[in-house]
Design a protein around this ligand. Structure first.
Ligand code: PMV
Length: 325
């Protein structure tokens, strides 16, 4: 066959227990396990087209051609599926996002989940969800968590095969919402790929990693019991711990803006006053405020009033990656 094509859609995810640092850079095997929810409404749509007419692999993101490191990461995935299918056709990859790229909303997670699934399907490979999750992981660790739907755990695993993500509760289990307070939509200076390399330079990273099974277990419990107060405590602690590692690495990574802090302090104040919501922040300045859907309007209204908050994205729990058409 000389032309093979598939389109997949995927959502980014927000981690409740964060992934920060790899024990193997090449295989993107993480230092610790993590838990997340997929973010409905925010969509990456990726079409992969293998065709005998292409002389080299190419990549367009939001209709702009990408070369260099961005393209290299995509080619790494394409090489794996080509080898598995026993073909050598080059591909054109075209990806569009309906949300800002590079600003603390994990665009790479949705991008590599969609790329992995579209590539596997285009070449007619009959791969399990776990195997697609592992493939997505090689592009961006957190992408492994955008492959399954709902609430997802990415297992630390003791090997490449055991290091994949799966659903621990379907999206219907608990109507949670992520209200993302956007304080900046500019592209971050240090992306997470470089950030992971610095994690081990922080003296706090070992303590964070050693304590992760405890936090994972508390987070799982909070999800299973639908206990918002417990979830808010553990997700704030986990985010603060990851940012402590970032701030104490060499060179130090500091992703917060003054507005980031302002939102964090407000959320804590609301919790003290009885409104159950918790903040968590990725490698960027925007603040993800997690709450139950019934509180989302109230939380979004309060967030809008904070000076410096430019807009709010409201995202319920989303599905996993899927093929379109
Ligand atoms: O998957 P990466 O390499 O983009 O790393 C994601 C890192 C964080 O977003 C900060 C945490 C996480 O677990 O999503």
């Amino acid at each position: 066959m000389s032309s093979l094509l598939a389109t997949a859609v995927a959502h980014p995810n927000i981690a409740f227990i964060k992934y920060w640092g790899n024990r193997s850079e090449d295989l993107r095997l993480p230092v610790n396990g993590s838990i997340s929810m997929n973010m409905d409404g925010l969509i990456t749509r990726t079409t992969v087209h293998f065709d005998a007419g292409y002389e080299k692999d190419r990549l367009a993101i939001n209709e702009i051609q990408v070369d260099g490191k961005g393209l290299d990461r995509v080619v790494k995935i394409l090489e794996i599926v080509r080898a598995a299918a026993g073909i050598s056709l080059k591909a054109s990859v075209s990806s569009t996002n309906n949300f800002p790229t590079g600003a603390g909303i994990a665009s790479s997670a949705a991008a590599f989940a969609a790329l992995a699934q579209a590539s596997v399907t285009a070449l007619g490979l009959d791969w399990s969800e776990a195997k697609v999750s592992r493939l997505a992981r090689l592009g961006s660790g957190s992408a492994s968590r955008s492959v399954p739907g709902g609430f997802v755990e990415w297992y630390l695993g003791d090997s490449d095969e055991a290091c994949y993500a799966e659903t621990i509760a379907p999206k219907e289990h608990w109507s949670l919402v992520d209200c993302v307070a956007i304080v900046s939509s500019s592209h971050k200076k240090t992306g997470s790929t470089e950030g992971h390399l610095l994690a081990s330079t922080s003296p706090l990273q070992i303590a964070r990693a050693v304590d992760t099974p405890r936090r994972i277990s508390l987070c799982r419990q909070a999800i299973f019991e639908k206990d918002m107060s417990k979830l808010a405590s553990i997700l704030q602690l986990d985010s603060d711990m990851m940012h402590s590692v970032m701030m104490t690495s060499t060179p130090a990574l500091f992703y917060w803006q003054p507005e980031t802090m302002a939102v964090m302090k407000k959320v804590q104040q609301w919790r003290d006053e009885g409104l159950q919501a918790g903040y968590t922040i990725d490698a960027g300045p925007n603040v993800h405020v997690i709450c139950e859907a019934k509180k989302a309007d109230e939380v979004a209204k309060l967030l809008k009033k904070i000076p410096g908050v430019q807009k709010i994205l409201v995202s319920p729990v989303g599905d996993g990656v899927r093929i379109e058409g």
